[in-house]
Write a protein that binds this ligand. Structure first.
Ligand SMILES: [Zn+2]
Ligand SMILES: [Zn+2]
Length: 133
């Protein structure tokens, strides 16, 4: 079994499937972002881990109702119930055992303003010199 297969299985386990909304299942977890073939939206993969805020030990994270929460209610190290959420920039073999994957829809507005900016630039053509006798 390849790492990609493991990642896909991992995603299926930890992503709750909502019937009324596209869950972007076809987005591979090993890419930073890509377009969903089911709904056409640009989706970014974000990894999160949770830590006990008392002793700092990593707690296995999961996505619940769109929120990142630890799988256990209490820390196995100190029994604390408070936790903090940390975003992982680059997922690695150690963190993948603790991390939860969140698929975030990239805001259309950001893309729209970039296109508008390009258009403004192309419209500005150099003015031809006016010839006079
Ligand atoms: Zn989708
Ligand atoms: Zn703790």
């Amino acid at each position: 079994m390849s790492l990609t297969d493991l990642l896909i299985q991992f995603t299926r386990i930890f992503l709750p499937s909502l019937s009324f909304k596209c869950t972007h299942d076809k987005i591979r977890p090993d890419v930073e972002q890509s377009y969903c073939p089911d709904c056409g939206k640009l989706i970014r993969n974000e990894w999160y881990i949770t830590r006990c805020s008392c002793c700092g030990v990593k707690m296995k994270a999961m996505v619940k109702n769109g929120q990142i929460v630890p799988q256990e209610h209490y820390c196995s190290n100190c029994g604390g119930e408070n936790f903090s959420v940390e975003k992982v920039d680059k997922i690695n073999f150690i963190d993948i055992n603790f991390a939860a994957l969140k698929k975030v829809e990239v805001e259309e507005e950001v893309i729209g303003s970039t296109i508008r900016c390009w258009q403004e630039r192309t419209i500005e053509l150099p003015k031809l010199p006016v010839l006079s006798r």
